[in-house]
Ligand binder design. Structure first.
Ligand SMILES: O=C(O)COP(=O)(O)O
Ligand SMILES: [Mg+2]
Length: 228
């Protein structure tokens, strides 16, 4: 099995997952909320394609990128951001009806749960949106630890959340796995000395995730359970 191959024939003692672009395709709802915010500010819509490139560094950076109309948001002022962010938060809080769980996610999470491998969720998404989204995606009750983008002072690519969860779970980096979809995930995993699997279908700012040299790149999570 590819999963045990990564751990010299054993199962990991902790698997930590990213959320957006790894477990769920949340971009359609994020784009709807961004476009609603832009329209309230009298600006043209950004659309799903652009928003897909901008997701991954939390709500504030997403809003700043939308205001900049590009990935580089340095020119956007804190004042503009402070005006726009609550509009986005209110719009995104209205629901996640277009968000879909990726194929393979349910069976692999259920398999890990039945194998008694503790699971954690580490996302840059603000905490307030996580529980409702997990409920709508039928992913409730699977994760023993959940860390959002505003749970700790640091966000991925900082390894703080991974270190925090590993300390709580009492496992060493060598016994843990992180599964994500973006450069932030791979940088965080590497900084925490944790092996990292990357999903090819997610959001990596329009770049192929192979460029970041994760330990393994998969098109479907179920490949982890196949003979390797
Ligand atoms: O930026 C986001 O909100 C997405 O976060 P995630 O990919 O870390 O789940
Ligand atoms: Mg992600």
């Amino acid at each position: 099995m590819q999963l045990t191959q990564l751990f010299n024939g054993h199962l990991p003692r902790l698997v930590m997952f990213d959320l957006d672009g790894t477990l769920v395709d949340s971009v359609p709802d994020l784009a709807t909320a961004i476009d609603q915010m832009l329209s309230q500010l009298g600006r043209p819509a950004a659309g799903v394609h652009q928003v897909r490139q901008w997701v991954g560094n939390g709500a504030q950076v997403l809003v700043r990128r939308a205001l900049a109309g590009q990935l580089d948001h340095q020119a956007v002022s804190d004042q503009e951001t402070a005006q726009a962010l609550p509009l986005f938060m209110a719009a995104y809080g209205q629901g996640h009806g277009q968000t879909c769980i990726y194929p393979g996610v349910q069976p692999v999470l259920r398999w890990l749960q039945s194998a008694q491998v503790p699971l954690a969720l580490i996302t840059n998404k603000p905490e307030q949106f996580i529980a409702p989204l997990l409920k709508e995606a039928d992913l409730e009750g699977l994760f023993q630890w959940i860390v959002g983008g505003d749970t700790l002072p640091q966000q991925k690519p900082d390894p703080a959340a991974l270190l925090h969860v590993m300390a709580q779970a009492q496992v060493s980096p060598r016994q843990a796995l992180f599964i994500g979809d973006s450069r932030n995930d791979i940088l965080a995993a590497r900084a925490a000395n944790v092996r990292c699997v990357a999903m090819s279908y997610g959001y990596n700012h329009g770049r192929p995730i192979e460029e970041e040299n994760p330990d393994l790149v998969l098109d479907d999570l179920r490949a982890l359970l196949l003979p390797g």
